[in-house]
Design a protein around this ligand. Structure first.
Ligand code: ADP
Ligand code: ASP
Ligand code: MG
Length: 814
């Protein structure tokens, strides 16, 4: 004998019911019975209608008419015309019965749990009846079985307990006399006094298990709308996948902690009778799905991650609890009296506080009952008033394999921590099959995805990038990510998902990841209007794991939100120097916030574009080296200008050429002023631990005073007047066999930025084009300095440096 159960999602429409019939047909060769839920969503609607009636809202009638129509339409679609009328009449008859009850609720303004169970029972009764007729219409000898005839329960309405002795007997007697295919209502039963009861929401799974147990079925198959029991709820975790097999205990823990795919109690009758439970997909019937059985292999450390929303945490604390035997007994007895079920308990060994989680809806009731129970202790200040936090969730990792295997909780909490998910309480059962953590409900999706990554995707990581600035650098970055995407995903197990792009006018988001080849154009065309604060708010509210904000602008409006971003546990990568070269206070605050939040703030490209300057410097310092001096040619633009300023050329022409080649800022005075170089050496000095402000640096401004005002054209005209004085400087240098270089120097705690000349022995002498060079003289590298040299400007090398920082964060996240 096999028992099959089809859930509401499998019978939501007549077309779905047709495919269910096709799925069942091959089973008819053997012994089989089928349990059905109400049509998808009907139970919720019935509850809603009864609530309207209770509130004296006549709209309940319209809603009831909708329900009637839905069932009558199903009959018309599923059953041949000649047989329809008696079935339609029977459906109408049931609906009239329902209408009478609702009318009663409307009149007496009372809806007891007993009435509600009765109202809800119509969902399964209508659905199984209509489906049994549809089977008959297809020529299958089928019979409708109202489970109230055989499932005997106590009178705990809404969550009735099954009397197995009576039920098993009734089921067996029934099956002895009924050989046609039994089409059974899920979810419902009858109390000893003959009243309709229900087994708890989603209880049709349980009905199926009750029949399977009673009839000693060989298999129990739960047919639903997903490919079996998955590593996490696929609606919350896109990368969840099917777990081929698991133990009854694992399935029970997972479902108890929110894996709705199977009702927790279902496991009990199956487990005692050694019946394997298969979870199969009506929408993908040939797929194996999951089998839950006693000898499930223990390959994986954990089998799944689940979550439960709408939870509150209550904390009882005070010296009155210390070592007092019986305090916790009184606490939990109080809750039991109020019929409030406790989901999780955690008590620190100091015995100073006990905290526990319950469903949100019972918070007030629980608090006032406990405050009352402990009123004397509270009055004597031996115990504080109960503290309450609401709108929380519990996330649980579950698996038999974690028993006696150290490191599971380490991995769990470090992954939550790295993603800034605050854990408010923790519990691990002594079965070591489940570790649960209470987190804020707003963090639940992030927590599930982060845990899923940590436990199931081995070292696979998804980085969620939010890019602001789509000029030359931002644009090349997107191209690079696109080119490298597959290789990174395959070889480095890093998926770089660009979730948002924005320029100063528009922004575009897609949580699933934007299409890299077209996202910038799309943003410019269809994006919503850009506002940095809104961008940051949206990024924070998406709350994605491993989020990275990439700032490829040079704007202070953007750096103004860095603090907020880091505080929201989002890493930052940027070539924008504005944040680190603003006040020392801001520089240290950003670093502190990043450290405190466990996220990264990386800006290798602040100096020397993609050259490894800042990382190298930090590596030296971290390994105990001390910096004696830093000398550098840090401006690609100025180096281009001075290395092409050879004999016979005019200074103003060389600057023009640099501008034409795109080496300068739109206004070349921004380069010639030396401020850009000053910012770079300021950042390097700060990295060595010195506390400097930009104003502490002496900067030689190469823009002659009379050229400092006016347009760029005016500037070039006036600059010509100064060609002679620049020529004089150059010739003086040449006459000594030296060359002009614009240099930044940090030495003995002083920083200067100026034009000077170097002889042929000096490493700066041969520097050409737009290259940068940095000499690090340290205690270890004091005879000859460490030299870092190479192209130090340009969109491609800068973007590559930014990309490298993003990937560095990916490796850190692992
Ligand atoms: P049915 O109507 O068939 O009873 P349910 O809606 O009760 O279906 O249960 C199936 C749903 O359970 C899936 O659509 C899925 O969103 C949810 N679910 C939650 N956790 C899991 C999990 N770990 N594996 C599979 N499905 C899950
Ligand atoms: N129809 C009931 C519910 O929605 C039982 C079930 O579907 O399992 O809760
Ligand atoms: Mg269900």
């Amino acid at each position: 004998m096999k028992i099959l159960k089809f859930g509401g999602s499998s019978v939501a429409t007549p077309a779905r019911i047709q495919s269910v019939i096709e799925i069942v047909k091959p089973y008819l060769k053997g012994d089989v019975a089928v349990v059905f839920s109400a049509f998808g969503g009907v139970t919720d609607v019935l509850i809603g209608i009864s609530k309207l009636a209770l509130e004296s809202n006549l709209e309940y009638k319209t809603k009831l008419a909708d329900i009637e129509k839905r069932h009558l339409d199903a009959v018309r679609e599923l059953i041949g015309v000649q047989k329809q009328s008696s079935i339609l009449a029977q459906v109408k008859f049931m609906i009239n019965e329902l209408e009478d009850v609702l009318h009663g609720v409307f009149l007496v303004k009372e809806r007891t749990p007993r009435t509600l169970d009765y109202v809800m029972s119509f969902g399964e009764r209508l659905s199984a009846y209509i489906i049994s007729e549809a089977f008959k219409d297809k020529g299958v000898a089928a019979e409708f079985l109202d489970a109230r005839k055989v499932v005997r329960t106590d009178g705990h309405f809404g969550y009735a307990k099954v009397d197995f002795d009576v039920t098993n007997k009734l089921i067996n007697d029934h099956f002895k006399n009924h050989t046609d295919l039994q089409i059974i209502t899920g979810f419902i039963g009858t109390s000893e006094t003959g009243e309709t009861t229900t087994l708890g929401r989603s209880g049709s799974d349980y009905t199926a298990a009750i029949f399977a147990g009673a009839l000693h079925a060989t298999d129990l198959e739960i047919w639903t709308d997903v490919d079996g029991m998955m590593t996490a709820d696929p609606r919350m975790v896109k990368k969840a996948f099917t777990v081929p097999q698991m133990s009854y205990e694992e399935a029970m823990e997972l479902s108890h902690f929110g894996a709705k795919v199977i009702f927790p109690a279902t496991m009990q009758p199956a487990m005692v009778n050694h019946i394997p439970i298969w979870i199969k997909n009506t929408f993908n019937p040939t797929f194996e799905g999951t089998v839950i059985h006693a000898n499930a292999k223990n390959g994986k450390l954990i089998k799944g991650i689940s979550s439960m929303n709408n939870v509150s945490l209550l904390n009882v604390q005070g010296s009155g609890l210390l070592g007092v035997v019986g305090a916790s007994m009184r606490l939990f007895a109080t809750l039991a009296r109020e019929k409030i079920s406790v989901i999780l308990i955690s008590q620190a060994s100091s015995e100073h506080s006990i905290c526990f989680a319950i469903e949100n809806q019972y918070t007030r009731q629980a608090k006032s009952a406990i405050d009352k129970e402990f009123q004397y202790e509270i009055r004597n200040e031996e115990i504080d008033e109960v503290q309450v936090e609401t709108d929380l969730s519990i996330v649980a990792v579950v698996g038999d394999g974690m028993k006696h295997s150290p490191g599971t909780s380490g991995r769990m909490f470090s992954s939550l921590g790295k993603n800034g998910v605050n854990v408010m309480a923790i519990a691990q059962g002594s079965s070591e099959r489940n570790i649960s953590a209470v987190v804020r409900q707003a963090d639940v999706a992030k927590a599930l995805n982060a845990l899923h990554e940590a436990f199931f995707l081995s070292d696979r990581k998804v980085l969620n990038v939010f890019l602001v600035g789509t000029g030359l650098i931002g644009n090349s970055l997107v191209n690079m990510i696109e080119e490298q995407y597959n290789k990174l995903a395959k070889e480095n197990l890093l998926e770089v998902n660009v979730v948002a792009v924005a320029n100063s006018k528009k922004m575009l988001f897609n949580e699933e990841g934007l299409k890299l080849s077209s996202c910038i154009d799309e943003m410019k065309k269809d994006g919503q209007s850009m506002n940095m604060k809104e961008f940051a708010d949206k990024m924070v509210s998406l709350n994605l794991p491993n989020s990275i904000f990439v700032d490829c602008t040079s704007s202070e409006e953007v750096t103004a939100v860095y603090e907020t971003i880091l505080s929201a546990n989002i890493s930052i990568v940027t070539p924008n120097k504005k944040a680190n070269s603003a006040s020392m206070e801001q520089y240290t605050n950003l670093k502190k916030t990043a450290f405190k939040r466990g996220v990264k703030f990386l800006y290798e490209t602040n100096v020397g574009a993609g050259l490894p300057v800042i990382n190298t410097l930090n590596d030296l310092l971290l390994s105990g080296d001390k910096v004696i001096s830093i000398e550098g040619v840090l401006s690609g633009t100025l180096n281009f200008i001075f290395s092409s300023y050879t004999d016979g050329k005019k200074f103003s022409d060389v600057v023009k050429e640099a501008k034409e080649k795109g080496y300068t800022e739109p206004d070349p005075r921004d380069d010639l002023s030396g401020m850009d170089v000053a910012r770079k050496i300021l950042i390097l000095s700060r990295e060595t631990g010195l506390s400097f402000e930009l104003s502490d640096i002496q900067v030689e401004n190469l823009v002659p005073v009379d050229c400092q005002k006016g347009s760029v054209d005016d500037f070039f005209k006036t600059l010509e007047k100064h060609d002679a004085s620049f020529e004089k400087l150059r010739d003086e240098a040449f006459s000594k066999g030296e060359k002009l270089r614009y240099m930044a120097v940090l030495n003995e705690g002083k920083v200067s930025v100026k034009l000077g000349s170097v002889n042929s022995q000096h490493p700066f002498y041969s520097l050409s084009g737009s290259d940068n060079i940095i000499l690090l003289t340290t205690e270890r590298y004091h005879e000859r300095p460490m030299v870092i040299r190479g192209p130090g400007a340009g969109a491609a090398v800068t973007a590559a440096g930014v990309f490298a920082d993003v990937i560095r964060i990916g490796h850190y996240a692992k």
